[in-house]
Unconditional design. Sequence first.
Lengths: 304, 124
Amino acid sequence: MTAVRTHPQGTTPPPRLPVREKSGARDRGGALSPMLTRLAAERATGVLERERGSLYLAEGRVVHAESPLAPGLDVLLLAHGTLAPAVWQDAVDRADEEYGAARLLLDAGRVPRGALELCHLEAVFDAAYFALAPSSTPGHFRYGAGHWLGAVRPVPVDAVERETLRRRELLNRLWPDPLSDGAPLRRSDAVAAPTPTARQSAVLALADGVRTAPDIARELGRQAFHTLVDVRRLAAAGLLTALFPPPRVHHAATAAVPGLPPRHALAESTGTAAAPPSPGITLPRVNDPDITLLKRLRDALEAL
Amino acid sequence: MANTETTLKECLASIEGATGVALVDYTSGMALGTMGGSKTFDLNVAAAGNTDVVRAKMRTMEHLGLKGQIEDILITLNDQYHLIRLISGRGGNGLFMYLVLDAKRANLAMARHQLRKIEEDLEV
């Protein structure tokens, strides 16, 4: 039997390709949150707090959603000059149980109803996408808690769940690697890549190896999900890569200790990494253009 | 000044031959509001699918270096017209109105004119 050599003898073998996570595909089958379905059925009022965000319910319908990963309604409204920051702050300060901030703004004629409704709806679905993401910790519900914004346009729970699933599938179809959703991003050189659109160019310009997709969304005053769509399209085109593993500040500091001979510093850093298996040492840099190309090829073949 | 629901209602009520209408965010493909449609015509599916139509046209315009803005896109079927009218939202993202017309009853020129008027009232 002839052994097929994939690399010439005497050279080091190419690094092993990272295995893609399949968890995203598995989770799509089941319900997003059985607890949410139950709360909708019993027409509960309060706030459902989950690992990556919260959903506010009023009589079993979603009235608001928040997530640290999605820019809030304030960012969306203020970034594009729909509302002056002082006017927003004033409404937030004066809001109480009876008159939510939304109603104060509308009654004072500070913002057109259509604009507020749509911005709010988009902010709710944007935050709900993250709040309903698969999590490792159980969510909990606080009965009776309201939100200072007040109700704008309540949305049925099943509509939120359906849209969240549709969004997951859309992202998966664009580019199946979820790494770029949370990792720092940086530009990469692609051969024969399509020209990015104006919106995508704005995202690319902020990809500096430090900012993540949610950071970029906040900076541009755009919905986080919109940014994820652009980021996945750019990743598929080979114009953007996620830094994996994320840069470790601690390591850089150890290696840069003055006075230590380079060899010593190297031995020390590998020594510390050997105790808990560190992804920083064992996995190859996926920003290598060859590996990025191979990954794209593999993903394209798998998608067939 | 109108909210989304009254705008969608107005489309169905005042535009002759209109059978369904949706207001769609074209980056996410989400319908922010729908009205009309039927069991066999799911406006949410139409909304998501037609974002690809808008995206393809926008890309082509960028490739060609055309600086003009798309006002509307018309798709004619043998028995229906589908009219897509682009709107720029204040939230800094693109939206479009998607209108389904019955070809036998509709007056296309009139429908386009009315849709433009309705969009002007919708302050998004």
